[in-house]
Design a protein around this ligand. Structure first.
Ligand SMILES: Cc1cc2nc3c(=O)[nH]c(=O)nc-3n(C[C@H](O)[C@H](O)[C@H](O)COP(=O)(O)OP(=O)(O)OC[C@H]3O[C@@H](n4cnc5c(N)ncnc54)[C@H](O)[C@@H]3O)c2cc1C
Length: 512
């Protein structure tokens, strides 16, 4: 493929017609446009540049670069760290109004603009074509950062990571002379820009340029009928839970539940397993909550109920403490993936987060479970430990085939703290950090790739991995995220962003 000359975003392909809008500090609109989801970070750019098509992005980047201003881009604003909200940012390019989703017959693929929320993507794909992508559960996340970072969700065990469906990407990059241009990079073997496509299959946002469009379709799909170019969306979605209040558990019974949970995923995470159709999670909150195991499944599958029943039977085996069970509603699919309660909540809600993450190839060791038990039972609420079932069809893909290198894990782990009041920052952060460090005490406080762990997930970024106080493993943060794929990502960086225009605290570094 060649560089594009006809940029995306004309009125005919559905892009918003709102023109570019430059909103400087002092403008009455300015304060409303600074923050993303995590209110711990508030940037103070000279101006916010709202853009709605590729030509406007090129102009916005050229203006910033020629004025030697530090520029970053934000799409859905759901970054857990300050990548799009650090204090040194001078220009914030806001892509949230660039949010069309449509079928591109020429490329035989669905085009997704970066400002589209996942809920909007699911809604359009479903209403028009009855198809979907295996992306995130949280419907207000933006496609811009999510796809580039290797997003996953409740359909990933069944269908793979969302990046396994990425066919092409349009990126505004800046050359050595400081001039911006748009490049379309595809997965085609003979595409001279194929490496740029590859870098967007898990290399993370904010490192190479501004993504102005993604195109998705099922790998190997040959049809030109759009209804056959992505997985069929479920019609109804079944969710069930099993719960043990903390006061009914001791360390032994808690350990048993964790072993049951991990053992089930160790045994049932092959791509061919019928249980790859099932998504599951474990939620361990502090002592005011309850230990929760859940699962959900496409209710149209003929064996949906049997799969669920077998899963929950395995979860309670030999625990010896009767759980409470709850069947969630069997919901129409679109209720699940575009539930209105997931929208922008405004400032009155809890919006301060600290996330730490890891991959697990198998269940935690008894020593780790003992640490987890100690922390969770000695605190009221935060942080929680969440283990989301992964693997299945994600693990069909070779580690080097995409930038998403972890391809034999069975869990994504989150250690997450959520609070409302800035005054609690220090205490909440300390607890979160100490908990995680102690889980990984044997490997320098971080999930060093090995028999049990396999590094961390860039879409749940954690700046502490680059801090020698919290990472004493000697393994650099970029190895935890990308392992052997990192040098290739650095080569792509050198070729497409030689001036390191697009950078943040965990962006891909230029090779030395
Ligand atoms: C409440 C919540 C729920 C989540 N749920 C899930 C989930 O279910 N599954 C999952 O996999 N992840 C999930 N995530 C993580 C999410 O995938 C990442 O935070 C993702 O990077 C967010 O993308 P964004 O566009 O919303 O964020 P932004 O903050 O806008 O961007 C994140 C990063 O990508 C860069 N970026 C954004 N847009 C572009 C672009 N167009 N071109 C180049 N770089 C860009 C930014 O500069 C920044 O570095 C969740 C996050 C939150 C806060």
């Amino acid at each position: 493929m060649t560089d594009v000359t006809q940029y995306a975003g004309s009125a005919t392909d559905g892009s918003a017609s709102l023109g570019p809008s430059v909103i400087p500090a002092g403008d009455p609109r300015y304060a409303s446009l600074l923050r993303g989801q995590n209110h711990r970070f508030v940037p103070k750019p000279d101006y916010v540049h709202i853009v709605t098509n590729t030509a406007q992005v090129i102009d916005a980047v050229n203006q910033a670069v020629s004025a030697a201003k530090r520029v970053v881009v934000r799409s859905g604003g759901h970054c857990f760290e300050d990548f799009a909200a650090s204090p040194d940012i001078e220009v914030l390019i806001d892509l949230s109004e660039m949010n069309s989703v449509f079928y591109d017959a020429e490329r035989r693929a669905f085009a997704i603009e970066p400002g589209s929320t996942l809920g909007h993507v699911y809604t359009v794909l479903f209403k028009r074509w009855g198809v979907t992508i295996p992306a995130g559960e949280c419907t207000e996340v933006g496609a811009g950062g999510h796809l580039a970072g290797g997003g996953y969700g409740p359909l990933s065990r069944r269908y793979g990571s969302v990046v396994d469906y990425l066919y092409a990407v349009e990126v505004v990059v800046v050359d050595e002379s400081g001039t911006a241009r748009a490049v379309v990079a595809t997965s085609e073997a003979d595409d001279p820009h194929r490496d740029l496509w590859w870098a967007h299959t898990g290399g993370g946002g904010g490192s190479f340029g501004v993504v102005t469009r993604y195109w998705v379709r099922s790998p190997g799909a040959t049809s030109d009928d759009p209804t056959e170019l992505l997985p069929k969306a479920p019609s109804r979605w079944r969710t069930e839970y099993m719960m043990w209040p903390w006061d009914s558990l001791d360390e032994e019974t808690f350990t048993k539940i964790m072993h049951n949970y991990a053992g089930w995923f160790e045994a049932n995470s092959d791509p061919d397993s019928p249980y790859a159709n099932l998504s599951g999670f474990f939620h361990g909150p502090g002592r005011t909550g309850a230990v929760l195991v859940g699962a959900s499944v496409d209710d149209d599958l003929p064996d949906a109920r049997e799969l669920m029943a077998a899963y929950f039977e395995a979860m309670q085996k030999d625990v010896g403490v009767e759980p409470q069970t709850m069947a969630g509603p069997v919901q129409p699919w679109l209720y699940t993936v575009s539930f209105p309660g997931f929208g922008d909540l405004g400032d009155h809600m809890t919006r301060r987060f600290k996330m730490k993450a890891a991959y697990l190839r198998k269940g935690y060791t008894d020593a780790q479970i003992s640490t987890i038990h100690k922390y969770l039972t000695s605190q009221d609420a935060d942080p929680s430990l969440i283990l989301i079932g992964y693997g299945g069809n994600v693990n069909k893909v070779e580690p080097a085939a995409t930038a998403t290198v972890q391809r034999d894990s069975i869990f994504k782990v989150m250690v997450i703290s959520v609070w409302a009041d800035e005054a609690e920052d220090e205490e909440r952060l300390a607890r979160n950090r100490e908990f995680y460090r102690d889980i990984y005490a044997e490997t320098g406080g971080v999930p060093v790739p090995g028999e049990v762990s396999d590094g961390a997930y860039i879409n749940y970024p954690d700046a502490d991995l680059a801090d020698p106080e919290w990472n004493t493993s000697g393994v650099p943060w970029h190895t935890l995220y990308w392992k052997d794929n990192y040098p290739r990502l650095q080569e792509v960086k050198k070729r497409y962003d030689p001036r390191d225009v697009f950078r943040h605290r965990m962006s891909i570094r230029l090779p030395e």
